[in-house]
Design a protein around this ligand. Sequence first.
Ligand SMILES: Cc1cc2nc3c(=O)[nH]c(=O)nc-3n(C[C@H](O)[C@H](O)[C@H](O)COP(=O)(O)OP(=O)(O)OC[C@H]3O[C@@H](n4cnc5c(N)ncnc54)[C@H](O)[C@@H]3O)c2cc1C
Length: 361
Amino acid sequence: MPELLRDHTSFRIGGPAGRWVEATSEQQILDTVRSCDADGEPLLILSGGSNLLVSDEGFAGTVLKIATRGVRAEGSFCEFDADAVADGPLGGGPAACGGYTLTVAAGESWDDFVAHTVAQELVGVEALSGIPGLVGSTPIQNVGAYGQEVSQTIWNVRTFDRRDGAVRTFANADCGFGYRHSRFKAEPGRYVVLEVTFQLTQGTLSAPIRFGELARTLGIEGGGRAPLAQVRETVLALRRGKGMVADPTDHDTWSAGSFFTNPILDAAAAAALPDDAPRYPQPDGRVKSSAAWLIERAGFAKGFGDERAALSTKHTLALTNRGTATAADIVALARTVRDGVRQCFGVTLVPEPVFVGVSLD
Ligand SMILES: Cc1cc2nc3c(=O)[nH]c(=O)nc-3n(C[C@H](O)[C@H](O)[C@H](O)COP(=O)(O)OP(=O)(O)OC[C@H]3O[C@@H](n4cnc5c(N)ncnc54)[C@H](O)[C@@H]3O)c2cc1C
């Protein structure tokens, strides 16, 4: 029986894998990738499957499931400087102190890793609690939530470069991190992430809380700090309320999380939005708006859709499988929403998940 990709994706959609390889060692990853590349065999790297929309025809090639494990502590503890975490590894803090680094195998569960850091009183990823998927995928779209992004704590990313056939390690500054972006996303398929090294500071209080909703729920001022475990629990509760923690019993979480990224607009496009549209000025002069706001104001309320594919009843930005959706159903819903927003506001929303065998065009 072929392995069905719907059993390995958070949408619970996707047909059979041509060949299925589960790699529990780095050598297995390298051997599989090298032999596929030498034979011209199509290769799909699969981690947690929480950012993938795979066609019902499946993938006619090798699906390499990343299943490596291990966390290595390196470096030494340094004097606590939580501001450095907010500034990022190149912001002066960790460069000034030795820092404490954890090198994590690509196949480790992201949320287990976050829980581990909180239990070990290590600061810097607590607001990223509850994001599904594995550690090796986090640098690819620079995973972020509640005011934190992994780029703020990643020290380096060790990869296999399929083009050059060599293992290459990228320091943070060379990862090309941006909003839901990185050099790994810019060249899809070129790099296989093997390990990610994080630099975290030691402490019992979180990094400064920059996200208004989280600060309000914690009962602190924006920029204040709260106990690490409290921040983790609060983020998990907020996420559960929005269907953003994977739960097999809740169709609102049969999704890829936010389906569209928040649009970053030039000044003219931002000025053309209604007066009350959210506008967050960016350092480069452009303006970020809110995809959820645009979708709602274009007339798509929570729950919009049909009995197979619909917006989450808890979060406008998540497209969900209500139990029997095909990839085509999700694509049709995504088109309807994208086209409706474009018609109303002239903004073309960009999808966040990776499409395999399907397209929005
Ligand atoms: C309920 C829910 C909530 C979510 N909330 C958030 C959120 O708050 N913030 C956020 O940023 N994202 C969020 N996401 C999206 C998703 O969880 C993240 O993008 C996550 O990092 C994807 O990890 P994964 O291991 O599941 O990757 P997969 O879905 O398995 O893979 C995603 C892409 O990365 C590639 N890839 C995977 N592993 C590797 C590797 N080791 N080397 C090279 N390429 C690789 C795959 O080929 C694919 O192209 C959410 C998703 C869900 C379902």
